[in-house]
Design a protein around this ligand. Structure first.
Ligand code: B4P
Length: 207
């Protein structure tokens, strides 16, 4: 089973690349941002609480997003694999994801991080804000707060996967298709080196 964590600051291209990866590898896309926005659209109590935090560029509590991911895993028992987009964003979320994966007799294959400088992130998100209708994309102060939250609360999640030899970083600046090709190259190397693959004994993943 192929389970990818796509990682990076807001606007790095996680959602954009996820759309291409789910088609290419036949994966189920689990974006906590999309799940939260669906709750907001339905006007649920959870959505109302999340909206206040999201509009300010702050993280939603761990138990909320962990619960949503747990439910989504249960509702997709036939999935050949998952792409986690925007999750985990804290070490507590990463630990919970490992537990959830173990309950489903699987594990995280690798994390792929897209690296993009702050000024480019701000430019991209303000541009998206012209059409997305997302309040968190329309105000530069809030965008910069999201980047700060990423740097202070989320970036350390990379170390969690690095300790498991599952972390890979890529330059997220450049044509979307070129970045996609690079991500696929990393995933394909990982699959070739996976223990369940008979060719693994002679394959090695280059970080
Ligand atoms: P998300 O929905 O995850 O939003 P995001 O970080 O902005 O990423 P997104 O995937 O939408 O954008 P992308 O980089 O693809 O989170 C929103 C909020 O929800 C968070 O702030 C938080 O409040 C809450 N939340 C979500 N998950 C949570 C969790 N696990 N724990 C706690 N809280 C959580 O793309 C951005 C733009 O860049 C697009 O317009 C795209 O066209 C453009 N772009 C992409 N690649 C490009 C490239 N190579 N060149 C030029 N432009 C590019």
């Amino acid at each position: 089973m192929l389970n990818i964590v796509l990682f990076g600051p807001p606007g790095a291209g996680k959602g954009t690349q996820s759309q291409k990866l789910i088609t290419h590898y036949n994966l189920v896309h689990l974006s906590t941002g999309d799940l939260l926005r669906a709750q907001i659209a339905q006007g649920t109590e959870l959505g109302l609480t999340a909206k206040k935090l999201m509009d300010e560029g702050l993280l939603v509590p761990d138990e909320v997003v962990i619960g949503m991911i747990g439910s989504s895993l249960k509702t997709n028992p036939q999935a050949g694999g998952f792409i986690f987009d925007g999750f985990p964003r804290t070490v507590a979320q990463a630990e919970s994801l490992d537990r959830l994966m173990a309950e489903h007799q699987t594990n995280i294959s690798c994390m792929i991080a897209l690296e993009v400088a702050e000024e480019e992130l701000v430019t991209r998100l303000l541009e998206r804000g012209k059409t997305s209708g997302r309040p968190d994309d329309q105000d530069e102060t809030k965008i910069r707060r999201r980047v700060t939250v990423y740097n202070t609360e989320t970036a350390q999640v990379a170390g969690y996967y690095a300790a498991q030899q599952k972390f890979h970083a890529l330059n997220g600046i450049g044509p979307i298709d070129s970045i996609f090709t690079e991500i696929c190259g990393l995933i394909d190397q990982h699959q070739a080196a996976a223990p369940e693959n008979p060719a693994a004994a002679t394959s090695e993943v280059k970080a």
